[in-house]
Design a binder for this molecule. Structure first.
Ligand code: FAD
Length: 373
C-alpha cells in the first residue's frame, strides 16, 4: 500500500509537471495510442505508463537517431539520474532501499515506454534494473542490499550482469572464469563477453554493434581481481540457480522491450492496409502474452516455458514487424533518413540476447517432451 501511495504521489506530481512543461514538444501523433482497458490495467498502472511515456518522449526520443548513428549516448549518466528521480530503476525493489516495490508488470510498462523512445537505452535500462538490481533484490544478503541498492536505484551507479563468455553464450554453464578461494576473498581470472553496460562501468573496450547502438556492450577482463567472500551473491556453488532463475525473469519481463522497439507506420493504400492491420493484431497479441507472463511472475508463478515462449514469440514478431514497416515505406523504408532500419536492427537483438530463439525452442520442447514421459 505504501508503495502504491508513493507511486500515486509520484504519478500525480510528475504527470502534472510533465504535462505542463512538455505539452507542445511531444509529437503524440507519431505514437499509436495503446488501449490499456484491453489489458485490464489499473488506474495506477495507466498513470505510470502515461508518466513514463511523457518522460521518455521528452528526455530520450529526441536523441534516439543520434544515439544510433554515433553508437553513444553521452548524456547517459544524467539520464540515469533522472530515471532514478522518477523511481524507474527501483521499480521492483523494496521501499526501504528507495524502490517503489511494484511488480514485473509495472517493470514491463516502463520497459515498453522507454523502448518506444529508444530501444537501445531501454535495453541498458533492462540490464541495470532487472539483470543487476533485481538480482540483488532477489538474492543479495542484507549487507549487499544496503551497500548496492540505494545508489543503483537513485541512478548514481550503472549496473550490469556478466554471465556470457567468448565460448559460453548459449551453453552458459561451460563458463571458464575461475574464482580461487583465498580465505576471506576470491581471486578472479578470466573474461566475460557481450556485457551490456560494461563500458559504462569504466571499462574501455566497447563493441561496435549492428543494432541497439548506444547501449554499450563490452568484454570484461579479470586478472587477479580480488573480490571479498562477503560479495558472493546467493550461496557458494549456487551461482547456476541465481543465473538460471534470473534468466527466466529476464526473458519474461525483458520481452516487453519488443513491444516498443518497433512502431507501426502509417500508409493508406489498400494492400498496405492489410499489413497495418496484421501489425496491429500482432502487437496486441504480443502485449497480452507479455503482460500475462509478467502478472504470473508477480504471483510467483515462474514458468520457464512461458518466459522462453513469450520472448521467442514477441522477438520474432518484432523483427517481422520491422521488416513490414520497411516494406510499407518502400524506398524510404530502406534509407537511413527513416528510423525503420534502426527498428529492424534493434528488434533482432531480442532473438539473440537472453538465449537465442533456438535455445528458447529447446527449453520449450524439452518441457513438452518431459510432460509426455
Ligand atoms: C547486444 C548484446 C547484449 C548482451 N548483453 C549481455 C549481458 O548483459 N550479459 C550477459 O551475460 N550476456 C549478454 N549477451 C550475450 C547473449 O546472451 C549471447 O550472445 C547469447 O546467449 C548467444 O550466445 P553466443 O553469442 O555465444 O552464440 P552461440 O551460443 O555461439 O550461438 C551461435 C548460434 O548457434 C545456435 N546454437 C547454439 N547452441 C545451440 C543448440 N544447443 N541447439 C541449437 N542451436 C544452437 C544459436 O542459437 C546461434 O544461432 C549479450 C549479447 C548481445 C548481442
Amino acid at each position: 500500500m505504501a508503495a502504491l501511495r508513493k507511486l500515486t504521489l509520484l504519478g500525480k506530481s510528475s504527470l502534472s509537471n510533465i504535462n505542463r512543461c512538455f505539452k507542445n514538444q511531444i509529437r503524440l501523433s507519431s505514437h499509436f495510442p495503446i488501449d490499456d482497458n484491453l489489458y485490464g490495467l489499473s488506474d495506477e498502472q495507466k498513470q505510470l505508463r502515461e508518466t513514463v511515456f511523457q518522460f521518455a518522449q521528452k528526455e530520450l526520443a529526441p536523441y534516439a537517431d543520434e544515439i544510433d548513428k554515433t553508437n553513444s549516448f553521452p548524456q547517459i549518466k544524467d539520464f540515469w539520474k533522472k530515471c532514478g528521480e522518477l523511481g524507474l530503476h527501483g521499480i521492483t525493489a523494496p521501499v526501504e532501499y528507495g524502490g517503489l516495490e511494484l511488480g514485473y508488470l509495472e517493470h514491463c510498462l516502463v520497459m515498453e515506454e522507454l523502448s518506444r523512445a529508444s530501444g537501445s537505452i531501454a535495453l541498458s535500462y533492462g540490464a541495470h534494473s532487472n539483470l543487476c538490481l533485481n538480482q540483488i533484490v532477489r538474492n543479495g544478503s542484507e549487507e549487499q542490499r544496503q551497500k548496492y541498492l540505494p545508489d543503483l536505484i537513485a541512478g548514481k551507479t550503472i549496473g550490469a550482469l556478466a554471465m556470457s563468455e567468448p565460448n559460453a553464450g548459449s551453453d552458459v554453464v561451460s563458463m571458464k572464469l575461475r574464482a580461487d578461494n583465498k580465505g576471506d576473498y576470491y581471486v578472479l581470472n578470466g573474461s566475460k563477453f557481450w556485457i551490456t553496460n560494461g563500458p559504462d562501468a569504466d571499462v574501455l573496450v566497447k563493441l561496435d554493434k549492428l543494432g541497439m547502438r548506444g547501449s554499450n556492450t563490452s568484454e570484461l577482463i579479470f586478472e587477479d581481481c580480488k573480490v571479498p567472500v562477503s560479495q558472493v551473491l546467493g550461496s557458494v556453488g549456487g551461482g547456476v540457480y541465481v543465473l538460471m532463475s534470473g534468466l527466466d525473469v529476464e526473458r519474461g519481463a525483458g520481452s516487453a522491450g519488443t513491444l516498443g522497439t518497433v512502431h507501426p507506420v502509417h500508409r493508406t493504400c489498400r494492400m498496405i492496409q492489410a499489413k497495418l492491420a496484421n501489425m496491429y493484431v500482432t502487437l496486441n497479441a504480443n502485449r497480452s502474452y507479455v503482460y500475462n507472463v509478467a502478472r504470473a511472475l508477480d504471483r510467483g508463478n515462474i514458468s520457464p516455458n512461458d518466459c522462453a515462449g513469450v520472448i521467442l514469440y514477441a522477438a520474432e514478431a518484432a523483427t517481422q514487424m520491422a521488416l513490414d514497416a520497411i516494406q510499407i515505406l518502400g524506398g524510404n523504408g530502406y534509407i537511413n533518413d527513416y528510423p525503420t532500419g534502426r527498428f529492424l536492427r534493434d528488434a533482432k537483438l531480442y532473438e539473440i540476447g537472453a538465449g537465442t530463439s533456438e535455445v528458447r525452442r529447446l527449453v520449450i520442447a524439452r518441457a513438452i517432451n518431459a510432460y509426455y514421459k
